[in-house]
Design a protein around this ligand. Sequence first.
Ligand code: FAD
Length: 306
Amino acid sequence: MPLSPEQQAEIDELRATPQPTLRAVSPGMEQHLYKAYDVLDHGFIRVIDYMGDDAAITQAARVSYGKGTKSVSNDEGLIRYLMRHWHSTPFEMCEIKLHVKLPVFVARQWIRHRTANVNEYSARYSILDREFYIPAPDHLAAQSTVNNQGRGAALQGEEAARVLEILKTDSTRAYDNYEAMISQDDQQGLARELARMNLPANIYTQWYWKVDLHNLFHFLRLRADAHAQYEIRVYADAICEVVKDWVPFAYAAFEDYRMGGANLSAKAIDCVKRMLAGEEVTQESSGMSKGEWREFEGALGTPKPV
Ligand SMILES: Cc1cc2nc3c(=O)[nH]c(=O)nc-3n(C[C@H](O)[C@H](O)[C@H](O)COP(=O)(O)OP(=O)(O)OC[C@H]3O[C@@H](n4cnc5c(N)ncnc54)[C@H](O)[C@@H]3O)c2cc1C
């Protein structure tokens, strides 16, 4: 169950009691505030709080640019300019605080993003819920044969059933043993901080995660990308949907320059120039490695010869 009845009641109460404020409010974000969006089988993201909007970014930028911003006609244009030129500090003026419920193995990837503030559910004080991530059958994929860090087609038939059974049985047995170890029925009960070490990495944890918009974009650039593992990508995708409504100009610039854009090396730009001049450039004559050339072709969408 992604949300407990207590959590749902808290959300309902918070949404039923709006407060007047003099602070900047993003109408798009207000519709998301406190609501939980399901991710994976038991997880969710929900916005607990936020600070700033598109105007907060341009307001901060105008401190540095002053009269110079007259050359940039509107907020959208200024935000695009800032994003294009990696002028990142104005984006740090906006902040978001999320409550996230996620499997421990996803949390291990997520926590690598150090430029955030985190407070996690304590399995020293509290007892973890009996909730494990079990992939949907179409995500129960085989090891990729071309990418050591990726997955191939979904397992089929008996093999899929066998793997699912192993995942479910091991999770159940580990949790049963966890309960048995901390049980105090006529015994002392092992400390929770020790009993948890026997639980598998697909058990769910929860945390509050606060980050500024610049570093959130960095996280989304890496984790909403096709190369990210599916199980963290779905969280990043859910956050993208919220950010799109929170700061629409900044998000559109991010989509354009970061998610949809590509960095070209000096060699790659030279190849583009030669191609535009009519030269037929190949990987061998490009000066790029095979991997670089493949990515370059991918970025340009260069048609393969038939
Ligand atoms: C597809 C993919 C595969 C990955 N594979 C692996 C893997 O196999 N093994 C592995 O260990 N990790 C792996 N990672 C994690 C990756 O190496 C980064 O740790 C992670 O993406 C966080 O990025 P970051 O450090 O830029 O983010 P943040 O920690 O949020 O930092 C943001 C930026 O702040 C600056 N910064 C923050 N802290 C410091 C510091 N202490 N010193 C200097 N600059 C700092 C850097 O410029 C950094 O880019 C992978 C990530 C992805 C997306």
